[in-house]
Write a protein that binds this ligand. Structure first.
Ligand code: PNS
Length: 161
């Protein structure tokens, strides 16, 4: 059984992430979306909220599972018997960081290989940070996020006002 992990912060999940999830789920028997529980960054959403949003938007994909993780990605992959990590590449600017992570992970564990999917051109400009900035200043975020996620982001910024 071919199992892959798709890790990220997903703060929040965007249409770009969802596109990668749908495409990667067709390439593997099982895809585990790993939501980083990172205390260093200060995310907009709690890890449980991010997991719940991802579970909601992937509920139609039977071979996709959502879990949170902390610690090393390679350990999370190994604990789930996954030997591939999927990452989306939007543009050349992503490449250096992604290459560094992939090489580091490869040295940490030879069992885990990183597979890059090129982001759909429609979403190549999209990032969770940009979406949060647009939302913070009252812009329309409906073209960037799964429809279930839009009200959750708006709610956060309304509460912050
Ligand atoms: O969505 P992001 O923030 O670009 O995802 C980054 C992520 C979660 C893939 C990366 O930070 C990660 O794997 N963190 C876990 C810690 C780890 O394994 N670090 C060593 C590899 S650089």
């Amino acid at each position: 059984m071919k199992i892959a992990v798709y890790p990220g912060s997903f703060d929040p999940v965007t249409l770009g992430h969802l596109d990668i999830i749908v495409r990667a789920s067709k390439l593997f028997d099982k895809l585990i979306v790993g939501v980083l529980n990172n205390n260093i960054k200060s995310p907009l959403f709690l890890v449980e909220e991010r997991v719940n949003m991802l579970s909601e938007v992937t509920k139609g994909l039977p071979n996709v599972e959502v879990q949170s993780f902390s610690g090393l990605l390679v350990d999370f992959a190994k604990n789930n018997n996954a030997n591939a990590v999927v990452r989306g590449l939007r543009a050349i600017t992503d490449f250096e960081y992604e290459l560094q992570m992939a090489q580091t992970n490869r040295i940490l564990s030879e069992q885990v290989d990183t597979i890059f999917l090129t982001t759909n051109i429609e979403y190549s400009y999209l990032s969770s940070s940009t979406v949060k900035e647009v939302a913070m200043f009252g812009g329309d975020i409906s073209k960037f996020l799964p429809k279930e996620v839009v009200p959750k982001v708006l709610e956060k910024y309304n509460h912050k006002k």
